[in-house]
Design a protein around this ligand. Structure first.
Ligand code: N01
Length: 546
């Protein structure tokens, strides 16, 4: 990857700081700014990449574009939004990088970020007390508070196909795409996976590649993006309402400026329902998922109506019936919305071209890789020049378990979570005093808009640290009972929904051997914030306070 030239001056090998943050994406930058500039703490940040932006630093694959519209997908900080405007509703990765350059101009966080510093161990030092954190290249930081802002997609997932390393063409994982544009013109390309990433890569590459083959395990029930360009004037005109807008986004289930309606699917006649679905479809984005009937994610029959509408709309765009049966089968591959729908612009139309194909790898799996391509179970060699691995991540827990974190007794977090995930409030863990995390396990993470979620959790972390300072509290540590309670809530909330019925990364089901469990908080942001507030208001309820 090309150096962004972000590190200025020499970096000390030994760092002493009040607070160490790991990760300089949306969450880490927000916390660094608030804890340093508002609370006056000494804050440093270790970041594995070469620039700010987190996932937007890593994601530069063809077609990478955010799936949440602006201004919902940005900071609520006035200092940042007041003199920034976007070119369109759903910006691409280059524009998101420019946004982080702008964030830097406004907040000057980089001077406290140490780039190219992947954390490999964190241990509690009882004598100080505090954390000692080490990086791969030998840097050490000692801090009183440790905050993990590593996101849910910090550990990549690769297929275990025999012969993958013998392939003579190019192989790129979506989150490690070369900075230099990979020219697919005139090339034969294979895209593995049809999550949000695979859809975007395929949609883009299909327009330039000589031949594109998508290897699909599960159809993505994609929704129309309805992209639109925006002028600065349009955005300036809205800015008087921004403060209210950012307050409101925290009051909806998923942190978007809309919520499901207070009606069940069968309350409407089939004509009314059809009209409503059409309206949501026209408005685009996640509306058919998050602004629909309130029972969609809870009742099978209600859900089926959504699926059938989706399949009808989608199949109408695909000319070959056999291809339509793979991409948008008549029978749902999973309940609608129990896996993350991607937003697409003309993904389905690409398959009407003679050089664009889809292979259902459930029926015809990849059995190996040869120097010139992929071999499927039917014995066919699919010759390609480039393999795009859009195979996702060991999501939510994988990254946190991969950083050498140990509890006060020296037991690795990876061991604590080997049989399932335990946290309290999705922000703290028993055995890890003064360690906080956000946008990770057992928080609203996958079920909420990223910037909204990190601000909700980040604000609670800031308030907790402020309270500790004001009340001269040395340390807080979640109790085991509080963790058990929290885990029970996570499971109960999830079990009321249809989420557990799907083999999704939400349930840990995309990684062989990973415990099958709900990894995120499915109760919505308002209820979640009530839980956070209650703990703080009741003097750190659920924590041992020293
Ligand atoms: O990863 P994924 P992603 N053989 O896990 C398939 C966010 N995001 O990087 O569904 C064949 O969703 C796998 O199949 P299956 C967003 O929250 C946001 O796309 O497990 N296939 C699946 O189709 C998203 O949800 C944005 O059966 C294999 C795909 O690979 C999250 O990141 C953009 C396979 C992985 O999909 C992760 O998305 C991008 C194998 N061996 C991402 N292994 C925007 O906002 C896996 N698969 C725009």
């Amino acid at each position: 990857r090309k150096d962004q030239g972000t590190q200025s001056g020499s970096v000390p090998q030994e760092i002493e700081t009040d607070i160490l943050i790991v990760g300089a994406g949306f969450g880490g930058v927000y916390l660094l700014h608030r804890l340093r500039d508002e609370l006056g703490f000494n804050v440093k940040c270790f970041e594995a990449g070469k620039d700010l932006g987190g996932i937007w630093h890593w994601n530069c694959y063809p077609g990478a574009r955010v799936d949440s519209p602006i201004p919902v997908y940005e900071y609520s900080l006035e200092k940042v939004w007041k003199n920034w405007s976007w070119s369109c509703k759903y910006p691409g990765w280059q524009e998101l990088r420019r946004y982080f350059d702008h964030v830097e101009q406004q907040l000057q966080v980089k001077k406290d970020v140490v780039f190219e510093s992947a954390v490999v161990s964190s241990e509690w030092d009882e004598k100080r007390p505090g954390w000692t954190v080490k990086t791969e290249d030998g840097k050490t930081a000692r801090c009183r508070y440790l905050i993990l802002a590593t996101g849910f997609a910090a550990k990549r997932n690769f297929p275990d196909w025999p012969g993958l390393d013998t392939f003579e063409g190019a192989i790129h994982h979506s989150s490690f795409w070369p900075e230099e544009d990979v020219d697919v013109a005139g090339k034969k390309v294979a895209v593995i996976g049809t999550g949000s990433t695979g859809i975007q890569i395929a949609q883009e590459c299909a327009k330039r590649a000589k031949e594109l083959t998508v290897f699909q395990r599960t159809p993505n029930l994609c929704l129309p993006m309805q992209q639109a360009s925006l002028t600065s004037k349009e955005q300036e005109d809205r800015k008087d309402d921004y403060e209210q807008f950012f307050r409101d986004r925290k009051s909806t289930f998923a942190g978007f400026p809309f919520d499901n309606i207070q009606k069940n699917t069968l309350d409407d006649s089939s004509e009314e329902r059809e009209k409503f679905f059409e309206q949501l479809w026209e408005e685009g984005g996640f509306k058919l998922w998050l602004a629909t009937y309130k029972d969609m994610l809870y009742e099978k029959e209600a859900n089926r109506h959504h699926y059938d509408f989706w399949a009808k709309k989608t199949r109408a765009r695909i000319t070959d019936p056999a291809t339509a049966d793979i991409l948008a089968p008549l029978e749902p591959p999973h309940a609608f919305g129990t896996k993350r729908p991607s937003l697409e612009q003309d993904f389905y139309e690409q398959f009407n071209k003679p050089n664009v194909h889809v292979i259902d790898v459930n029926k015809n799996p990849v059995v190996g890789v040869r120097p010139r391509g992929l071999v499927t179970a039917d014995g066919k060699l699919h010759e390609v020049d480039l393999i795009a691995l859009a195979t996702g991540f060991d999501s939510v827990t994988g990254g946190m378990m991969n950083m050498g974190l140990k509890d006060i007794d020296g037991k690795p977090l990876a061991e604590k979570w080997a049989m399932g995930t335990w946290s309290y409030l999705g922000t703290t863990c028993n055995g890890f005093p003064n360690m906080f995390f956000l946008y990770g396990a057992q928080g609203p993470t996958a079920f909420s808009n990223g910037p909204t979620c990190v601000e909700v959790q980040g604000d609670w972390i800031v308030d907790s640290i402020r309270k500790m300072r004001d009340e001269s509290i040395q340390s807080i540590e979640a109790t085991r009972e509080a963790e058990e309670d929290w885990r029970r809530k996570i499971t109960e909330l999830s079990d009321k929904t249809l989420f557990p019925s799907a083999n999704s990364w939400y349930m840990g089901a995309n990684i062989p051997g990973k415990p099958r469990e709900q990894l995120c908080y499915a109760g919505g942001l308002p209820l979640y914030q009530k839980e956070l507030k209650e703990s703080l208001d009741e003097g750190f309820k659920g924590f041992v306070v020293v």
